[in-house]
Design a protein around this ligand. Structure first.
Ligand code: ATP
Ligand code: MG
Length: 420
C-alpha cells in the first residue's frame, strides 16, 4: 500500500464511522502542483480519543494539540482534529487549542492560502481562501491580513520565504510589506525553529530566493542568531546564486557563513549558536576553513596528502566551495578537479588501516615499547606509500619502519613518548 492509499483508507474508516475527514495542507497543495507530497495529513471532526478507539494501531503523537498517528497499511498517517488556536504567547506557540466542528474553521487558522485547502475522498476541493488560484499565479499569500498572521506567529515570515524558494513562487506584495513592518518580531523566535526552516530552505532547488528575501526584507537584522552577528549589508560577493550552485546542505551552511562574513576561526562558534548537532558543526566548520584557504596551485604531493587525510569527497566539496566563495577561479577549479581525479586513480591506499603493516607488528619487530612514535612512523610510511616512494609491501615497510623508529629516538631532539 502506498502512503497515499494508506491516508485514503484512514479517511474512509472515519467516514464510515460517521465523521468528516479530509486530506489537508501540504499534500493537497503538492498534488495540485503535480508534485510528490512528502506526507499525507488528515483532518477530521472526530476527537483524538474517538480516532484512537476507531483504529487498532495508533500513537498519541500530539494528543494535546489534537494529533493522533494512525498506522495504516504499515504507514504512519497523522490525523488531527479540526481546531483553532488560542493566543500565541510571545509569538511562539499557541497556548492551547480548541476543537471545532467545521473544516473551514480549521483551514482559517493555517498560514498561507496554498496550505489552507482540504480534499475529500471523492476529490471535492475545499478552498475558502483562493488557494488554487494562488497556486496558479505562483504567489504566497496569507489567510487573512498578513500583519495579523505574522503577529500571531513570527515564524510564518520565515515560512513564507521558505515556500517561495521551495515552490519558486513570489511573495504577495502584502506579505512583503507586512514582513518589512513586522520583522522586529522575529527577534523572539527560538533559534531552533529558525534553524529548522533554514535546513528546509537548503533542501529546496533555489535557496538563494529565500536568502535574498531574508536580506532584502530586513529579516537578517532581527532573526536569531544572525542579528547578534551584525550582518546588515546585502552581500554582492559572492553572489547569492552561489547557494543554488552548491549541492549539499553542509556547503550551503558554509556559504551562508561566508555571506555573513564569518571568519573561519569563528565558524564553529557561530554554527553552535545555530544549535546544529555537534557532528555537523565539526564537518561544516572544517569544510569552511579548508575552502577559505584552498590553494590556487596544488602540487601532486599536497593533493594526495589532502585526499589521504580528508577523503576525496571532502576535498572536492571544499574545492567547489572555494570556487563559489571566490577563493579560486572557475578555470583553476576545473583544472584541479581533473588533477584530483588523476591522482585519486593512483592512490594505492586511502586509509591508515590499508597500510600493509600495523602498529603491533611494528612494535614487535622493533623490540621497543609502545608510544607516540608508533603513530608517527605509520604516518610517515603511509606518506611514502601514497607518494609512490615505497610499495605497500609488508616486509619493506617493517624494515623501513624499524629504521625510522630507531632514527627518531637516537635523534636527541626526538620525543619517544617517555619524557616531555
Ligand atoms: P512541506 O511539504 O514542506 O512539509 P507543509 O505544508 O506540509 O509543507 P508543514 O510545516 O509540514 O508544511 O505544516 C503542515 C500544515 O500545517 C501547513 O500546510 C499549514 O497548513 C499548517 N501550518 C504549519 N505551520 C504553521 C504555522 N506556523 N502557522 C499556521 N499554519 C501552519
Ligand atoms: Mg509537511
Amino acid at each position: 500500500m502506498t502512503p497515499y492509499r494508506a491516508a485514503l483508507s484512514v479517511i474512509k474508516g472515519l467516514e464510515e464511522a460517521g465523521f468528516q475527514a479530509y486530506l489537508v495542507g501540504g499534500c493537497v497543495r503538492d498534488q495540485l502542483l503535480g508534485r510528490q507530497p512528502g506526507d499525507y495529513d488528515v483532518c477530521t471532526d472526530a476527537r483524538p480519543d474517538q480516532v484512537q478507539s476507531l483504529f487498532p494501531r495508533t500513537k498519541a503523537t500530539g494528543i494535546r494539540h489534537g494529533t493522533v498517528t494512525v498506522i495504516a497499511g504499515g504507514h504512519p498517517v497523522e490525523v488531527t482534529t479540526f481546531r483553532i488556536e488560542g493566543a500565541y504567547r510571545d509569538g511562539r506557540r499557541p497556548d492551547r487549542v480548541r476543537f471545532v466542528g467545521r473544516v473551514e474553521e480549521d483551514l482559517a487558522r493555517r498560514d498561507f492560502t496554498i496550505n489552507a485547502m482540504a480534499r475529500d475522498l471523492r476529490g471535492r476541493l475545499i478552498d475558502p481562501f483562493g488557494g488554487k488560484r494562488d497556486l496558479e499565479k505562483g504567489v504566497i499569500r496569507t489567510v487573512g491580513a498578513a500583519a495579523d498572521r505574522f503577529g500571531e506567529d513570527a515564524l510564518r515570515m520565515v515560512r513564507a520565504v521558505r515556500f517561495a524558494a521551495q515552490l519558486a513562487f513570489s511573495l504577495h506584495p502584502d506579505v512583503e510589506a507586512a514582513i518589512r513592518r513586522m520583522a522586529p518580531d522575529l527577534t523572539r523566535l527560538s533559534v531552533e525553529r529558525v534553524t529548522r526552516e533554514l535546513e528546509l530552505i537548503w533542501k529546496t532547488p533555489h535557496p538563494s530566493r529565500a536568502v535574498a528575501a531574508l536580506f532584502r526584507l530586513g529579516m537578517m537584522d532581527h532573526l536569531p542568531p544572525f542579528f547578534r552577528w551584525g550582518v546588515t549589508a546585502p552581500p554582492g560577493d559572492p553572489p547569492l546564486t552561489a547557494l543554488d550552485a552548491v549541492p549539499s546542505p553542509a556547503m550551503r551552511w558554509a556559504l551562508l557563513l561566508c555571506l555573513c562574513r564569518v571568519p573561519p576561526e569563528k565558524a564553529a562558534g557561530r554554527l553552535r549558536e545555530l544549535r546544529l548537532p555537534k557532528r555537523q558543526v565539526g564537518i561544516i566548520a572544517r569544510l569552511y576553513g579548508t575552502a577559505a584557504s584552498w590553494p590556487a596551485r596544488l602540487t601532486e604531493a599536497e593533493g594526495k596528502r589532502r585526499m589521504f587525510r580528508d577523503g576525496a569527497p571532502f576535498c572536492r566539496e571544499a574545492m567547489e566551495l572555494a570556487q563559489q566563495m571566490g577563493v579560486i577561479d572557475a578555470a583553476t577549479c576545473h583544472r584541479q578537479s581533473e588533477q584530483l581525479s588523476r591522482w585519486a586513480e593512483e592512490m594505492p591506499i586511502w586509509r591508515l588501516e590499508e597500510l600493509a603493516v600495523d602498529g603491533r607488528e611494528l612494535i614487535r619487530a622493533s623490540g621497543r615499547p609502545p608510544g607516540p612514535w608508533v603513530g608517527r612512523v605509520l604516518q610517515q610510511l603511509a606518506d611514502a606509500v601514497i607518494l609512490g616512494r615505497m610499495a605497500n609491501d609488508h616486509h619493506q615497510l617493517i624494515e623501513e619502519g624499524v629504521r625510522i623508529g630507531r632514527d627518531a629516538t637516537t635523534d636527541p631532539g626526538a620525543d619517544d613518548g617517555k619524557g616531555r
